[in-house]
Design a protein around this ligand. Structure first.
Ligand code: E4P
Length: 221
């Protein structure tokens, strides 16, 4: 399973990219607004430069297919690695069909059911963003939907990649991997938490202490 960062914060993306474990970035208007990015083109181009080998999702906000297509075509010219993020609506799927037929990558967002994922796959979506945390928040099983979607895509050998979105904690990442997601898009804080284990810290400290003893000759008899 590939790991994307779910962020529009340049410092977070730069840092995460330096770890060598990130292969894509997802943004949305809320994340862009959180970091006060008035000049969206500039920041998206900077992000695309920080993660040049991975898709950078940029979301359209028009409600009709024509507007979405205009926005998406414009975004796709900002960098080589743009995926146009389109909401799961009828108008959105019309736009995804256009992008698919014109060789533009798409990320269908706000997917909350297996049938919505089927529709996105039928329109040729490159990525299908099934939200986990927001489903859990209303008392349903967000990860169960990821498993269902991954099974359907696998059984029918569809081309779309299942992207687990709305990830809230490290356990969600493990569960998304075992449920068969192709990708999890993960907030910076959760990515950092994934590195941590008390036994790793303890082991690193012990190996360092023993190495230092070796160097100082303290072990010599
Ligand atoms: C990513 O593509 C989604 O927009 C994002 O994961 C949503 O996360 P949230 O539910 O925490 O806002």
């Amino acid at each position: 399973m590939k790991l994307f960062i779910d962020s529009a914060n340049l410092d977070e993306i730069r840092d995460a990219a330096s770890w060598g474990t990130i292969s894509g970035v997802t943004t949305n208007p809320t994340l862009l607004a959180k970091d006060n990015h008035g000049d969206v083109q500039k920041v998206i181009q900077e992000i695309a430069g920080l993660v040049p080998n991975g898709p950078i999702s940029v979301e359209v906000v028009s409600e009709d297919a024509k507007g979405m297509i205009e926005e998406g075509v414009k975004f796709s010219k900002w960098a080589e690695n743009i995926a146009v993020k389109v909401p799961m609506t009828k108008e959105g799927m019309k736009a995804v069909r256009y992008f698919t037929d014109n060789g533009i990558d798409t990320n269908v967002t706000l997917v909350f059911s297996a049938n919505q994922a089927l529709l996105a796959a039928a329109a040729g979506a490159t990525f299908i963003s099934s939200f986990v945390g927001r489903v859990d928040d209303i008392g349903f099983d967000g990860m169960g939907i990821i498993e269902e979607v991954a099974n359907i895509i696998g059984i029918h050998a569809m081309d779309s990649q299942v992207l687990a979105a709305s990830i809230r904690h490290p356990l969600h990442v493990t569960q998304a991997a075992t449920a068969g997601a192709d990708i999890a898009t993960i907030p910076y804080k959760v990515l950092q938490q994934m590195y941590l284990h008390p036994l790793t810290e303890k082991g690193v400290a012990a190996f360092k202490a023993d190495w230092d003893k070796l160097q100082s000759g303290m072990l010599a008899v």
